[in-house]
Design a protein around this ligand. Structure first.
Ligand code: MG
Length: 185
């Protein structure tokens, strides 16, 4: 008899949910979590969707990452022009059109950074792409609150609608709480 198929919601659960990337204490991410490389999303994680410029806080945070010796790689589902503009501006390597949660470019970024899954964190604003992709690869998954309420039509209609349902389920079960202030403690 066939077993009923159940969606494992734990695959969608991030290790931590933060206000934004600046809530991440880079030094403690290295020393307490043993992270050596960061895979980072672009839209609504590094820049608000639809905007082309980065704010100074984000630029400073990227500078801190580089100074700390951590490797960093953009892995984005967005198109080449947008991703290459920001990647070149920040002088960090990038992949575009990645189709997260598929693994291909997440694994390629780890290969380029020369980091193992237990030494790599993925940061993004979407459960169904960044967190799911990161959990498939067994990375440390960091969900951040989206930088703007605007998204692509597909994300707005499909991903964000599903996310709202998932969040309401989690909040009833006390599964997820937004961490305010610096993390890790
Ligand atoms: Mg995003």
């Amino acid at each position: 008899m066939l077993k009923p198929c159940r969606l494992n919601l734990n695959l969608l659960l991030p290790d931590v949910y933060l206000e934004n990337i600046c809530s991440i204490d880079i030094e403690k991410l290295k020393t307490r979590k043993n992270i050596k490389g960061i895979i980072i999303d672009l839209d609504n994680t590094l820049i608000p969707y639809g905007q082309k410029t980065l704010d100074d806080k984000t630029k400073d945070w990227i500078k801190q990452v580089k100074q700390s010796g951590l490797k960093i790689h953009i892995v984005s589902n967005s198109h080449i022009r947008k991703v290459s503009n920001i990647g070149n501006l920040l002088e960090i390597p990038y992949f575009y059109n990645c189709f997260k949660p598929f693994q291909k470019y997440i694994l390629l970024a780890m290969e380029e950074m020369n980091t193992g899954y237990e030494e790599t964190a993925i940061i993004g604003d979407q459960i169904l792409t960044d967190v799911l992709g990161g959990n498939f690869a067994r990375l440390l998954t960091i969900l951040v609150h989206p930088l703007s309420s605007t998204d692509s039509i597909f994300t707005t209609l499909f991903n964000r609608t599903l996310e709202r349902l998932i969040f309401s389920f989690w909040s009833k079960n006390g599964k997820i709480e937004q961490t305010k202030g610096k993390w890790p403690q």
